[in-house]
Design a protein. Sequence first.
Length: 191
Amino acid sequence: MSASVLYMSMSLDGYIADPNDFLGGDDGHRLHNWFAPGGEFVQLSGPAGELVDEVNATGSVGVGRRTAELMDHWGGDVHDGVPIFVASHRPPGPAARWGYPLVTYVTDGITSAMEQAKAAAGDRNVGVIGAYTAQRALEAGVLDELQIHQIPVLLGRGRRLFDELPAQIELEIVRVIDTPEATHIRYRVHH
Protein backbone atom coordinates (compact mmCIF):
# COMPACT_ATOMS: atom_id res chain seq x y z
CA MET A 1 0.00 0.00 0.00
CA SER A 2 1.31 3.44 -0.85
CA ALA A 3 2.05 6.10 1.73
CA SER A 4 1.93 9.87 1.35
CA VAL A 5 5.39 11.17 2.23
CA LEU A 6 6.53 14.76 2.59
CA TYR A 7 10.08 15.09 1.25
CA MET A 8 11.60 18.36 2.43
CA SER A 9 14.99 19.93 3.04
CA MET A 10 14.91 22.24 6.04
CA SER A 11 17.32 24.45 7.98
CA LEU A 12 17.91 23.70 11.63
CA ASP A 13 15.68 26.66 12.56
CA GLY A 14 12.78 25.30 10.50
CA TYR A 15 12.99 27.28 7.26
CA ILE A 16 12.48 25.81 3.79
CA ALA A 17 12.87 29.03 1.77
CA ASP A 18 14.03 32.57 2.29
CA PRO A 19 11.54 35.49 2.46
CA ASN A 20 11.68 35.88 -1.33
CA ASP A 21 10.80 32.21 -1.87
CA PHE A 22 14.25 31.21 -2.99
CA LEU A 23 14.17 27.57 -2.02
CA GLY A 24 17.17 27.04 0.15
CA GLY A 25 18.15 30.52 1.23
CA ASP A 26 19.47 33.67 -0.38
CA ASP A 27 21.89 31.74 -2.57
CA GLY A 28 18.95 29.64 -3.77
CA HIS A 29 20.64 26.33 -3.12
CA ARG A 30 21.95 25.99 0.43
CA LEU A 31 19.22 23.59 1.52
CA HIS A 32 19.60 21.49 -1.60
CA ASN A 33 23.39 21.26 -1.82
CA TRP A 34 23.21 17.77 -0.32
CA PHE A 35 21.78 16.46 -3.61
CA ALA A 36 22.38 19.31 -6.10
CA PRO A 37 25.60 21.18 -5.26
CA GLY A 38 25.39 24.74 -6.58
CA GLY A 39 22.02 23.93 -8.14
CA GLU A 40 23.42 21.22 -10.42
CA PHE A 41 22.02 17.71 -10.09
CA VAL A 42 24.77 15.14 -9.73
CA GLN A 43 24.78 11.36 -9.57
CA LEU A 44 25.07 10.48 -5.90
CA SER A 45 26.15 7.19 -4.35
CA GLY A 46 25.80 5.79 -0.86
CA PRO A 47 23.03 6.87 1.52
CA ALA A 48 22.42 10.23 -0.15
CA GLY A 49 22.01 8.51 -3.54
CA GLU A 50 19.56 6.02 -2.04
CA LEU A 51 17.51 8.89 -0.60
CA VAL A 52 17.36 10.64 -3.97
CA ASP A 53 16.37 7.36 -5.63
CA GLU A 54 13.60 6.97 -3.06
CA VAL A 55 12.21 10.42 -3.88
CA ASN A 56 12.40 9.72 -7.60
CA ALA A 57 10.58 6.39 -7.18
CA THR A 58 7.31 8.00 -6.13
CA GLY A 59 4.26 7.06 -8.19
CA SER A 60 2.63 10.49 -8.08
CA VAL A 61 3.07 13.93 -6.53
CA GLY A 62 0.71 15.93 -4.33
CA VAL A 63 1.41 19.65 -4.18
CA GLY A 64 -0.33 22.94 -3.46
CA ARG A 65 -1.04 25.56 -6.09
CA ARG A 66 1.48 28.11 -4.82
CA THR A 67 4.40 25.67 -4.99
CA ALA A 68 3.23 24.21 -8.31
CA GLU A 69 3.09 27.68 -9.85
CA LEU A 70 6.43 28.75 -8.35
CA MET A 71 7.96 25.68 -10.01
CA ASP A 72 5.94 26.21 -13.23
CA HIS A 73 4.45 22.77 -12.62
CA TRP A 74 7.95 21.34 -13.31
CA GLY A 75 7.17 21.81 -16.97
CA GLY A 76 4.46 19.17 -16.52
CA ASP A 77 7.03 16.47 -15.81
CA VAL A 78 8.40 15.71 -12.37
CA HIS A 79 10.05 12.49 -11.17
CA ASP A 80 10.14 10.83 -14.57
CA GLY A 81 6.63 11.60 -15.76
CA VAL A 82 4.42 10.77 -12.77
CA PRO A 83 1.02 12.43 -12.38
CA ILE A 84 0.94 15.69 -10.42
CA PHE A 85 -2.12 16.47 -8.29
CA VAL A 86 -2.46 20.13 -7.30
CA ALA A 87 -4.71 20.88 -4.34
CA SER A 88 -6.29 24.26 -4.98
CA HIS A 89 -9.38 26.28 -4.16
CA ARG A 90 -9.45 27.63 -7.73
CA PRO A 91 -9.38 26.04 -11.18
CA PRO A 92 -6.01 25.91 -12.97
CA GLY A 93 -4.55 28.65 -15.10
CA PRO A 94 -4.13 28.19 -18.86
CA ALA A 95 -0.65 26.57 -18.77
CA ALA A 96 -1.73 23.88 -16.33
CA ARG A 97 -5.06 23.40 -18.09
CA TRP A 98 -3.79 22.91 -21.63
CA GLY A 99 -0.02 22.60 -21.55
CA TYR A 100 0.58 19.92 -18.94
CA PRO A 101 -1.44 16.73 -19.41
CA LEU A 102 0.02 15.07 -16.28
CA VAL A 103 -1.15 17.94 -14.03
CA THR A 104 -4.57 17.60 -12.41
CA TYR A 105 -6.07 20.36 -10.29
CA VAL A 106 -8.24 19.07 -7.45
CA THR A 107 -10.59 21.74 -6.11
CA ASP A 108 -12.59 19.68 -3.61
CA GLY A 109 -10.01 19.55 -0.82
CA ILE A 110 -6.74 18.04 0.30
CA THR A 111 -8.33 14.70 1.20
CA SER A 112 -9.63 14.23 -2.33
CA ALA A 113 -6.29 15.32 -3.81
CA MET A 114 -4.41 12.78 -1.69
CA GLU A 115 -6.90 10.01 -2.48
CA GLN A 116 -6.50 10.66 -6.21
CA ALA A 117 -2.70 10.82 -5.89
CA LYS A 118 -2.64 7.51 -3.99
CA ALA A 119 -4.88 5.84 -6.56
CA ALA A 120 -2.58 7.02 -9.35
CA ALA A 121 0.55 5.93 -7.46
CA GLY A 122 -0.61 2.33 -7.12
CA ASP A 123 1.78 0.56 -4.76
CA ARG A 124 4.37 3.37 -4.94
CA ASN A 125 4.47 6.32 -2.54
CA VAL A 126 2.99 9.75 -3.13
CA GLY A 127 5.59 12.49 -2.89
CA VAL A 128 4.15 15.49 -1.05
CA ILE A 129 5.68 18.89 -1.80
CA GLY A 130 5.09 22.25 -0.11
CA ALA A 131 4.63 23.61 3.39
CA TYR A 132 0.99 24.62 3.07
CA THR A 133 0.07 21.28 1.51
CA ALA A 134 1.89 19.40 4.27
CA GLN A 135 0.15 21.43 6.96
CA ARG A 136 -3.30 20.86 5.44
CA ALA A 137 -2.58 17.15 4.88
CA LEU A 138 -1.51 16.78 8.53
CA GLU A 139 -4.64 18.62 9.63
CA ALA A 140 -6.84 16.30 7.53
CA GLY A 141 -5.00 13.18 8.68
CA VAL A 142 -3.88 12.22 5.15
CA LEU A 143 -0.10 12.68 5.48
CA ASP A 144 1.51 9.39 6.50
CA GLU A 145 5.22 10.17 6.78
CA LEU A 146 7.75 12.99 6.81
CA GLN A 147 11.22 12.64 5.29
CA ILE A 148 13.08 15.68 6.57
CA HIS A 149 16.54 16.45 5.28
CA GLN A 150 17.88 18.53 8.20
CA ILE A 151 20.59 20.87 6.91
CA PRO A 152 23.21 22.19 9.36
CA VAL A 153 22.51 25.87 8.78
CA LEU A 154 20.49 28.59 10.54
CA LEU A 155 18.77 30.75 7.92
CA GLY A 156 17.26 33.10 10.51
CA ARG A 157 14.27 34.10 8.41
CA GLY A 158 12.03 33.00 5.59
CA ARG A 159 9.23 30.52 5.10
CA ARG A 160 8.88 27.92 7.85
CA LEU A 161 7.72 24.40 7.19
CA PHE A 162 5.36 24.08 10.14
CA ASP A 163 4.08 27.57 10.92
CA GLU A 164 0.40 26.64 11.10
CA LEU A 165 -0.60 23.38 12.72
CA PRO A 166 -4.04 22.71 14.19
CA ALA A 167 -2.75 20.84 17.25
CA GLN A 168 0.14 18.81 18.56
CA ILE A 169 0.98 15.95 16.22
CA GLU A 170 2.86 12.90 17.47
CA LEU A 171 5.57 11.42 15.28
CA GLU A 172 7.57 8.21 15.45
CA ILE A 173 11.17 8.16 14.22
CA VAL A 174 11.42 5.41 11.62
CA ARG A 175 14.93 6.00 10.27
CA VAL A 176 17.91 8.32 10.73
CA ILE A 177 20.69 8.58 8.17
CA ASP A 178 23.63 10.86 8.83
CA THR A 179 25.65 12.22 5.94
CA PRO A 180 28.25 15.01 5.98
CA GLU A 181 25.78 17.42 4.31
CA ALA A 182 22.59 16.59 6.27
CA THR A 183 20.83 14.42 8.78
CA HIS A 184 17.94 12.65 7.08
CA ILE A 185 15.13 11.78 9.50
CA ARG A 186 12.06 9.76 8.49
CA TYR A 187 9.01 10.07 10.74
CA ARG A 188 5.70 8.20 10.75
CA VAL A 189 2.68 10.35 11.63
CA HIS A 190 0.43 9.01 14.39
CA HIS A 191 -3.18 9.63 13.35
